[in-house]
Design a binder for this molecule. Structure first.
Ligand code: ADP
Ligand code: MG
Length: 566
C-alpha cells in the first residue's frame, strides 16, 4: 500500500481527535504503511503508541502488539474500544481468558474486526496461538518497550529474546515495528540485531526534556526530613518518590503521612487490589504523593507530576531517565531530585555479587556511569544527553540552565600530583587493595588486611596524610570514572591500574578534580533517626490522617508514628 493513497491526517482526526502529528509520528506511520521494518526511539510521552495504532486501524488485517505488562495492554485496549463502537476492534490475548473468550477473540480476528491484538511474549510462544495466527492476515507486529530484549536495558525480559523466531513462524515477511524510549546506542544495537531488522527505517527523537530540572543532593541521615521539607514546599503538587526496597517504601509513606503529607505506598508486595487503589488515588489526586519501588510508573500517564524524588539512586542512567521522565509530561514544571551516597552504590554492587560475571560486568559499567553522573560538575542535562549519544549545548539548547550544576557550579582544582601519588600507591602496594585499604594506606592508618601485607616502614605508607580520607575517597571515585583505575569484579572490588593509569604515571596530564567530597555520607537506613517525636495534636493533621487511614486501610509492619518538626 502506498501511503500517498491514504489521508493520514484525516485518520488522525477521525480516530484520535488530534489535528496535528507529534514529532516524528507521521514519518514513522508512513514507513509502517509502506511495509518497512521500522524502529522508533522516542522519549516517554512522545506518542509512540499512536505510531502503531493508527496504521493498524487503517490497514487490512490484524496488527499484533507485543507488550510486557497486562496493565499497559488493558489501558490501550480500553482507549481503543472507546474510539470505536466495535468492542472487538482491540483484544488482549492472554492465559487468563476463558475458552469461550479466547474463541471470541479468534473469531473477531478471522472476521477482520480486530485491528490490534495485544499479547504478552509468553502468550505468543503458545503453539496453538502461533498455529492460529499464521492462518490469519497479519498487518505487522509491533514490539512495544522493545528495550526488554536487551540485557543492557533497564528492564530485561528473557521472553523477548524469542520474538524473532516466533514472528518468523507466524509469517515470513511480516513487517516488524520496534518501539522504545531507551536511547543508549548499545540497547538499540541489541534490538536491531535480535529482531534481525538491521535494515529498519530508524526514527529517533531528541531525548531532551527541556522543562525538567535536575538536582542531586548528598544523602545523609537527614534524608527523610529533607524530603518532607521539599514536599511541604511543594504542597498540593503531585509527586513520585522512588525507593529501592519495599520496606523503605512502607516506612517513608508512613513518615510522610504522619507529617501531614497525603501519601500512599506502591510496590509489588502489595496485593493487586491495593496497588490499583493506590494508583487510582494518585491519578485522581486523592493523594499528592506516591512512594514507590520501580514497580510503579511504566505506562502511567499522569501529565502533571511536578516532582520525582529518588530516595535511592537507581542502578543506571537509563532507569534514572525513565523514572524522572514521568515528571512534567504536560510540559510544565518538573523537579527531579535524587539523593546520592556512594554507600548506596556499594549496596547495589553487593546485590549483584551472586550473579554471573558477565552480568556483573554490565551492572558495574552501568553503575560507574551513575557515579559519574552524580558526581559530575558538568551540566546534568548535557551528561544525560551525551549518554544517549546526543550533543547538547548549554548556551543555546532548550533547558540549558535547568540543573544544579549549571546554577551553582562546583569548584574544581588541578589534582595532577595527587592522581600520580594515588596511582603510584596502587602500583607499589601490588594492586591488591580495595578502596578502603588504599585510603587507609594513604593517610597512614592500618587494619588487619594492611598489617598482613605491609612488611616494614614503606615510604608510601601515610604519604597522603596531609589530606583527609574523604579527599582520597572522592579522588578514587573520580579516577575510576576517568578510567585510570578499575574495580576488578572477580576479586570483589580490588582496585587495579588500567593501561591508561600506567601511562598517566609515566606521563602525567592535567586532572581537574571536582571539589565535592560530601557524597560519602552514611546513608544506612535508620528510618526516622533524625525525626523527633511530635505531639500529634494538630487537629487538622489528625483529621487528615484519619481520613487517609480510612481510604488506605491499615497495614502491618510499619514503624511507630513520628512527626517531624523543623
Ligand atoms: P509513549 O508511549 O511514547 O510514552 P504515549 O503513546 O503513551 O507515549 O502517548 C503520550 C500522550 O501523548 C498520550 O496522552 C497521547 O494521547 C498523546 N498524543 C499522542 N499523539 C498525539 C498527537 N498527535 N497530538 C496530541 N497528543 C498526542
Ligand atoms: Mg508507551
Amino acid at each position: 500500500m502506498d501511503s500517498g493513497e491514504i489521508d493520514l491526517h484525516a485518520a488522525l482526526k477521525k480516530y484520535f481527535g488530534f489535528s496535528k502529528f507529534k514529532g516524528l509520528q507521521e514519518d514513522v506511520i508512513t514507513s509502517i504503511v509502506n511495509g518497512k521494518h521500522t524502529f522508533v526511539i522516542m522519549p516517554t510521552g512522545g506518542g509512540k503508541s499512536l505510531c502503531y495504532q493508527l496504521p493498524a486501524l487503517i490497514q487490512e488485517g490484524t496488527a499484533i502488539v507485543v507488550s510486557p505488562l497486562i496493565a499497559l495492554m488493558k489501558n490501550q485496549v480500553d482507549a481503543l474500544r472507546g474510539i470505536s463502537k466495535e468492542n472487538g476492534i482491540a483484544h488482549v490475548l492472554n492465559s487468563s481468558l476463558t475458552k469461550g473468550e479466547t474463541k471470541q477473540v479468534k473469531e473477531d480476528i478471522s472476521n477482520g474486526i480486530t485491528k490490534l491484538l495485544y499479547v504478552a511474549p509468553e502468550s505468543l510462544t503458545k503453539e496453538e496461538h502461533v498455529d492460529f495466527l499464521r492462518q490469519e492476515k497479519i498487518s505487522f507486529v509491533a514490539i512495544d518497550e522493545a528495550h526488554c530484549i536487551s540485557e543492557w536495558g533497564h528492564d530485561f525480559r528473557p521472553e523477548y529474546r524469542n520474538l524473532r523466531h516466533i514472528i518468523k513462524r507466524i509469517g515470513e515477511n511480516i513487517p516488524i515495528i520496534a518501539v522504545t524510549a531507551t536511547a543508549t546506542p548499545k540497547v538499540q544495537e541489541d534490538i536491531l540485531k535480535n529482531l534481525g531488522i538491521s535494515d529498519a527505517n530508524t526514527f529517533k527523537a531528541s531525548f531532551n526534556r527541556p522543562n525538567l530540572y535536575y538536582e542531586i543532593r548528598p544523602k545523609t541521615k537527614n534524608v527523610d526530613a529533607d524530603i518532607i521539607r521539599f514536599v511541604k514546599q511543594n504542597q498540593g503538587k503531585s509527586g513520585i518518590i522512588y525507593c529501592l526496597s519495599r520496606k523503605r517504601v512502607e516506612e517513608l509513606a508512613q513518615v510522610l503521612q504522619v507529617n501531614g503529607i497525603s501519601a500512599v505506598p506502591y510496590h509489588a508486595g502489595l496485593d493487586a487490589k491495593t496497588r490499583v487503589k493506590h494508583q487510582d488515588m494518585f491519578l485522581m489526586e486523592d493523594v499528592d504523593v506516591v512512594v514507590a519501588t520501580i514497580a510503579f510508573g511504566m505506562g502511567i500517564d499522569k501529565p502533571d507530576v511536578r516532582f520525582v524524588i529518588h530516595h535511592d539512586i537507581p542502578k543506571s542512567i537509563e532507569s534514572y531517565y525513565q523514572e524522572t521522565g514521568r515528571a512534567g509530561r504536560d510540559g510544565g514544571e518538573g523537579h527531579c531530585l535524587a539523593y546520592y551516597s556512594y554507600k548506596d552504590i556499594e549496596k547495589l554492587e553487593k546485590f549483584m555479587s551472586g550473579k554471573p560475571v558477565a552480568e556483573q560486568e554490565i551492572g558495574h559499567a552501568l553503575l560507574q556511569e551513575v557515579v559519574a553522573y552524580a558526581e559530575t560538575s558538568m551540566s546534568r542535562r548535557k551528561f544525560i544527553l551525551h549518554y544517549f549519544g546526543e550533543e547538547f549545548d548549554n548556551e543555546t539548547g532548550e533547558g540549558g540552565d535547568l540543573d544544579d550544576n549549571v546554577r551553582n557550579p562546583k569548584k574544581k582544582h588541578e589534582a595532577q600530583d595527587e592522581v600520580v601519588q594515588l596511582l603510584k600507591v596502587v602500583e607499589q602496594t601490588g594492586e591488591i587493595y580495595k578502596a578502603k585499604e588504599l585510603v587507609f594506606t594513604l593517610v597512614g592508618k592500618s587494619n588487619a588486611i594492611i598489617a598482613s601485607h605491609k612488611t616494614d616502614e614503606e615510604a608510601y605508607f601515610g604519604s597522603g596524610k596531609e589530606k583527609e580520607s574523604s579527599y582520597w575517597k572522592a579522588l578514587i571515585r573520580q579516577i575510576l570514572v576517568a578510567g585510570y583505575l578499575k574495580k576488578d569484579i572477580e576479586t570483589y572490588g580490588v582496585i587495579k591500574l588500567t593501561d591508561a593509569g600506567r601511562k598517566f604515571i609515566k606521563k602525567p596530564m592535567s586532572f581537574m578534580m571536582t571539589e565535592d567530597h560530601s557524597y560519602d555520607t552514611d546513608s544506612d537506613e535508620a528510618p526516622n533517626a533524625n525525626l523527633r517525636p511530635g505531639s500529634g495534636t494538630d487537629d487538622k493533621l489528625v483529621a487528615m490522617l484519619k481520613d487517609l487511614r480510612k481510604k488506605v486501610g491499615k497495614r502491618k509492619g510499619v514503624p511507630p508514628y513520628v512527626v517531624f518538626q523543623d
